[in-house]
Write a protein that binds this ligand. Structure first.
Ligand code: SF4
Length: 104
C-alpha cells in the first residue's frame, strides 16, 4: 500500500514537471511579433515603445511598455514574452501597443 502511494506521488510529480517544462519550452519557441504583421499594424505595436506614433496614439504615455502591461505573460526582466493580443506570439518587454492596460 505504502509503495503504491509513493509510486503514484513520484509519477504525479514527474508528470507535473514535464508539463511545466513543456510549457516553458513552448513559450521560448513562440515566434516574435513582427511590427509589419497586420495585427501589429492595427494595434500600433512597436518593439521599442519610444518609437510609438504619438500623434496617432495619444493615449501612449512615457513609461508604458509591455513589461508593465496586464496582458504581458512574462516577468518584467524577460526580454520577450507571449501576449494574448497576438495569439500568444512573443512581444518585447520594451514594446507597446494600443491595447495596453497598466498592470494593477
Ligand atoms: Fe504589449 Fe500589452 Fe500590447 Fe500585449 S497588449 S503588446 S503586452 S502593450
Amino acid at each position: 500500500m505504502k509503495t503504491s502511494r509513493r509510486t503514484f506521488l513520484m509519477t504525479s510529480v514527474g508528470v507535473a514537471s514535464t508539463f511545466a517544462l513543456g510549457s516553458r519550452v513552448a513559450f521560448a519557441d513562440a515566434p516574435k511579433v513582427d511590427e509589419n504583421d497586420p495585427t501589429a499594424q492595427a494595434l500600433g505595436y512597436k518593439a521599442d515603445a519610444s518609437k510609438v506614433d504619438k500623434a496617432k496614439y495619444a493615449k501612449y504615455a512615457a513609461g508604458q511598455d509591455c513589461g508593465n502591461c496586464q496582458f504581458y505573460q512574462g516577468k518584467p526582466t524577460d526580454a520577450f514574452a507571449p501576449c494574448p493580443m497576438f495569439s500568444s506570439k512573443q512581444v518585447a518587454t520594451k514594446g507597446w501597443c494600443s491595447a495596453y492596460v497598466k498592470k494593477a
